[in-house]
Design a protein around this ligand. Structure first.
Ligand code: UDX
Length: 486
């Protein structure tokens, strides 16, 4: 590597300026690197360059502005500038689920490398951060050497990212661990320099090969998804047995071998990562001839999707037995709080199904209404909780924003036509709502409506149960992640 460039702040580029890339670019600048971030979306780049974060991520915008002002952070749409500028290039593009398959769509990643590689005329390190099927890095390393004028002086490393949306800044500046998949000491040394402040703060570093680095990410997300679906499976059993899944989860979580995190039952997981990652991982295992090792992930997916059907059953019961003509307030559209991301959002999937089943659904989310409207324009959207709740027959909470947990059920009681609430995230104080005269329904808790037959599969391999649909209607909780994909 070029010795002159070894001294002082590192010049890094970030390719792809979405949730992962923009957060990474801002945080790397905050750590002292000179950063140039690129994206093919001109609007996104001009907003970022003007200090305006194009998505909701707490804490990101002040750091974006601070580092723009400090002159450490720049944005461009030019790959020529990127190739010229960077000693280290981070690949942060999206790898969504393919439209017609469960496999990962690597077209954005391939396009990024195809745009970058022919412009690489000097030694540099390309670092993959995108979530990919194991084996991708080896193929990309060969592609880089083949296409780059600098040939073998361009090296590749794999450095998976574990950031959670909503905590992206914190997770990038203070990660649990760093994983470096490398094939040379030189690549490792360069990554250690880029991440020096994080490493000096005591963050463990795992040095490994490409394949292991790629697998750490999908294995971690599979484990988390499994933990969530485990407790949701327990919720199904609790519903059948008259037990309380919240008490069960609390008792399980006391065991330090199990731990309480990611053991919150409810409507299940969504978002741009967990659902598509477990599906793509299962497909890759199949390709590698070890499909049976990951066949359990189909069950994890099925349990997860069944929870959406279960919520529909609870809403139907809360609404008095029928959804036809019923007006419903849906509180929450984002796949989780502190995010405006609606990709594979359980809240929106349930809202769309309720609409399909004849209900008039009004959605309110503190930050995700606009993104939700783009994906589901057929739903109504309100600007406040009280506007969404006016004269409705049932209220459903499916994203656990703090402001929903703090709602005053007494003050809201006179807004609605029928005092019935479904708490699909267990974020409300059920006793408080009952005391205020509300019918309170929560999945997996005693007193919840008995399981509808459609929500209880009898065959082990059965696909996700769909909520009952009116004759002639189609679709429900499919396995596509195309809703809201960016
Ligand atoms: C996840 C991983 O946590 C992160 O490490 C990885 O880099 C990207 O994927 P993210 O998608 O941002 O992050 O969200 P996460 O906090 O993991 O939540 C995923 C989904 O699971 C959300 O819909 C959330 O509501 C749900 N969830 C989470 C539960 O239903 N129960 C839980 O106990 C925890």
């Amino acid at each position: 590597m070029n010795k002159q460039r070894e001294t002082g702040a590192q010049s890094i580029t970030v390719i792809g300026s979405g949730y992962l890339g923009a957060t990474h670019a801002v945080c790397m600048a905050e750590l002292g690197c000179r950063v140039l971030a690129v994206d093919v979306d001109e609007t996104k780049i001009s907003r970022l360059a003007a200090g305006d974060a194009p998505f909701f991520e707490p804490g990101l915008e002040p750091l974006l502005r601070k580092n723009l002002e400090a002159g450490r952070l720049h944005f461009t749409t030019s790959y020529d500038e990127v190739a010229e500028f960077g000693d280290v290039h981070f690949l942060c593009v999206n790898t969504p689920q393919q439209d017609n398959s469960d496999a990962a769509d690597l077209s954005y990643l391939d396009a990024a490398v195809a745009a970058l590689a022919p412009r690489l005329r000097r030694d540099c390190l390309v670092v993959g951060k995108s979530t990919v099927p194991v084996g991708t890095a080896v193929a990309l390393a060969k592609m880089l050497v083949r296409l780059a004028p600098a040939g073998a002086r361009v090296q590749l490393a794999w450095n998976p990212e574990f950031l959670r949306e909503g905590y992206g800044v914190e997770d990038t500046l203070r990660p649990d661990r760093l994983v470096f998949g490398v094939t040379s000491l030189e690549a490792e040394a360069r990554l250690r320099r880029v991440f020096a402040p994080i490493i000096e703060a005591g963050t463990p570093v795992v040095i490994t090969d490409y394949a292991t680095a790629e697998l750490v990410k999908v294995a971690a997300n599979s484990f988390l998804a499994t933990k969530i679906s485990f407790i949701n499976a327990m919720a199904e059993v609790c519903e059948a047995a008259g037990a309380d899944v919240l008490t069960l989860a609390a008792a399980l979580g006391q065991d330090p071998r199990i731990g309480p995190r990611f053991l919150q039952p409810g409507v299940g997981f969504g978002g741009g990562c967990l659902p598509k990652d477990i599906r793509a991982f299962a497909i890759r295992a199949d390709e590698l001839g070890v499909g049976p090792a990951l066949s359990f992930l189909q069950e994890i997916d099925a349990i997860n999707l069944r929870r959406r059907g279960r919520i529909v059953d609870l809403v139907r019961a809360a609404a008095g037995g029928t959804l036809e003509q019923c007006s419903i307030a849906m509180l929450g559209a984002a796949f989780k709080p502190n995010s405006d991301d609606v990709r594979d959002s359980p809240a929106l999937a349930v809202a769309a199904t309720l609409h399909q089943l004849g209900a008039a659904v009004t959605v309110y989310d503190p930050v995700a209404n606009d993104n939700a409207r783009r994906v589901h324009p057929q739903l109504k959207y309100a600007d406040s909780v009280s506007a969404a709740m006016a004269d409705v027959g049932a209220v459903v909470v499916l994203t656990e924003w703090d402001q929903f947990a703090e709602l005053d059920p007494v003050a809201l009681a006179n807004l609605v036509r029928r005092r019935a609430v479904v708490d699909g995230r267990h974020c409300l104080d059920g006793d408080r709502w009952r005391d205020a005269g509300w019918e309170y329904h929560a999945p997996g808790r005693p007193g919840s409506v008995p399981m509808a037959p459609a929500a209880v599969p009898t065959q082990r391999t059965q696909r996700p149960a769909l909520p009952p649909l009116a004759p002639g209607r189609t679709g429900a909780f499919g396995r596509s992640s195309s809703d809201g994909r960016r």
